[in-house]
Write a protein that binds this ligand. Structure first.
Ligand code: FAD
Ligand code: NAI
Length: 465
């Protein structure tokens, strides 16, 4: 270890970015510590994000299949289906406990020291954790993000909740208003809808799911409406007031106009997330945030201050766990003198609703801006496995460069879109053409055959439509 330092690498934050960076740095022979202020490791993702939300999505999907006749259609008659919400929450917590303890085990195994407490900079190479000043040759900021507050609305985690509160509701609300038709609103809205809530989504823009391909946004909206979601698009919430167990919301057209009120038992605020830099004393390290509150880095995840690096939700780019993890590996490799790279153009994104919604690369709208494209589409209704499983909703869309045939983007709505998108990401990482995918033998009967057919459709020659 370098002289005069306590550690070669000090990581601030033990989310998917930070804990992965710490483990990789230790694997590479660097003396590493990770500071985390939470009681458990794993960050937002493991404690109050990806994992508990997917536990509830899985559980509520099972409930809906049993309660609403899907299982009966297959000859499985579960009898009188009852919801045991307490048990559902217990299983969610068990999943979180198992995985967060798993990170603790990995820290011990790899000799990463966990410094418990909140970190703040004293200088570019020294961080204060509790009463202790820790000096490290390299410091990685991986402090993640937290909920963006909505001015005028106070989150009480009972009736007006953010995603953390929405994971822990002790009973199913009758009426739930979701502010923001993005990923969290649709995933957690789906959970409570399946368990019996009536969901109204108030979205500022004229469509849900910003950032997704236009066709996907339209189709997803139709599917969610069919499931019972009500959308109030181009609408903003100006006030939310709790009286007893009821919340009254004032809403009005986004462009201005006549206001109206709606009532809810629970309101979920899910209008995005903001980087965590409060209390870090970045100025003492010589750093500032940009206008969006993010810490800027170069492609190696170096900030403008030598020895200080940053990764994950706190830097620009999509706020996704797998992006943070990959940056964690890359930053550790760069610190160790290797070449750590993340291909920012091939980061898949998945919404874990039913059906799932996934994409990687450019949307059709983005691709058309940069040149001529060919698009192939294949409906899940024509895929034998999806049809057999009674999962007809959705499609696969492959966008390729018109001249080179190189795949620029893939968008999928399908029950297992989150699994299918991995193949598309791998193909794009290897610079595949649509023809490469079309001529790859896909197992039958699988949902993945729809990707092959969509690739064939780019050439205008799919078989099953
Ligand atoms: P975080 O996971 O936010 O971790 C940062 C950690 O740093 C935190 O534990 C925090 O306590 C700690 N910290 C902050 N400041 C300090 C300090 N000064 N000192 C010490 N510790 C500090 N992404 C997906 O890819 N897939 C999903 O399915 C998914 N589902 C989600 C569901 C929900 C409800 C939410 C809210 C998010 C979801 N995300 C999902 C996003 C994902 O959680 C984040 O992209 C990911 O956690 C970012 O990782 P990170 O390491 O950058 O930060
Ligand atoms: P989001 O950015 O996905 O969606 C927020 C939505 O709120 C947008 O549609 C936006 O137009 C709308 N909005 C903004 N201000 C508004 C206002 N005042 N009134 C009404 N609508 C308003 O953000 P969300 O859903 O909060 O999620 C945050 C992030 O967490 C995501 O961007 C994603 O990176 C991550 N996440 C990822 C998941 C996954 O990968 N499956 C699951 C959950 C979260």
């Amino acid at each position: 270890m370098a002289e005069g330092y306590d550690f070669d690498v000090l990581v601030i934050g033990a989310g998917p970015g930070g804990y992965v960076a710490a483990i990789r740095a230790a694997q590479l022979g660097l003396k590493t510590a990770c500071v985390e202020s939470r009681e458990t490791l794993g960050g937002t993702c493991l404690n109050v994000g990806c994992i508990p939300s997917k536990a509830l999505l899985h559980a509520s999907e099972l409930f809906e299949e049993a309660a609403h006749g899907t299982l009966a259609k297959w000859g499985v008659k579960p009898g009188n289906v009852e919801l045991d919400l307490g048990q559902m929450h217990a299983t969610r917590l068990e999943a979180v406990k198992g995985l967060t303890q798993g990170i603790e085990f990995l820290f011990k195994k790899n000799k990463v020291e966990w410094l418990k407490g909140r970190a703040s900079f004293e200088s570019a190479d020294t961080v204060k954790v509790g009463d202790r000043n820790v000096r490290a040759k390299n410091i990685v900021i991986a402090t993640g993000s937290s909920v963006t507050p909505l001015p005028g609305i106070t989150i009480d985690q009972e009736r007006i909740v953010d995603s953390t509160g929405a994971l822990e509701l002790p009973e199913v609300p009758k009426r739930m208003v979701v502010i923001g038709g993005g990923v969290i609103g649709l995933e957690l809205g789906s959970v409570w809808r399946r368990l019996g809530a009536q969901i109204t989504v108030v979205e500022f823009l004229d469509q849900i799911l910003p950032g997704f391909d236009g066709d996907v946004r339209k189709e997803a909206s139709k599917i969610f409406k069919k499931q019972g979601f009500e959308f109030r698009l181009s609408t903003k919430v100006t006030k939310a007031e709790r009286k007893g167990d009821t919340v009254t919301l004032a809403i009005e057209p986004a462009a201005g106009g006549a206001a109206e009120t709606i009532e809810a038992d629970v309101v979920l605020v899910s209008i995005g997330r903001k980087p965590n830099t409060d209390g870090l004393a970045l100025d003492k390290a010589g750093l500032q945030t940009n206008q969006r509150g993010q810490i800027e880095t170069d492609h190696r995840f170096k900030t403008k201050v030598a020895g200080v690096w940053a990764i994950g939700d706190v830097i620009p780019g999509p706020m996704l766990a797998h992006k943070a993890e990959d940056e964690g590996i890359a930053v550790a490799e760069n610190i160790a003198g290797q070449t750590g790279i993340v291909n920012e153009e091939v980061i898949p994104s998945v919404v874990y609703t039913m059906p799932e919604i996934a994409g990687v690369g450019l949307t059709e709208e983005e691709a058309r801006k940069s040149g001529d494209v060919k698009v192939g589409k294949f409906p899940m209704l024509a895929n034998s496995r999806a049809k057999t499983n009674r999962e007809p909703d959705g499609f696969v869309k492959v966008i390729a460069d018109a001249k080179t045939d190189r795949v620029l983007g893939v968008w999928i709505i399908a029950s297992v879109a989150g699994t299918m998108i991995g193949e598309a990401a791998l193909a794009m990482e290897f610079g595949a053409t649509s023809e490469d995918i079309a001529y790859t033998c896909h197992a039958h009967p699988t949902h993945e055959e729809a990707l092959k057919e969509a690739a064939m459709a780019v050439q205008g020659k799919p078989i099953h439509i």
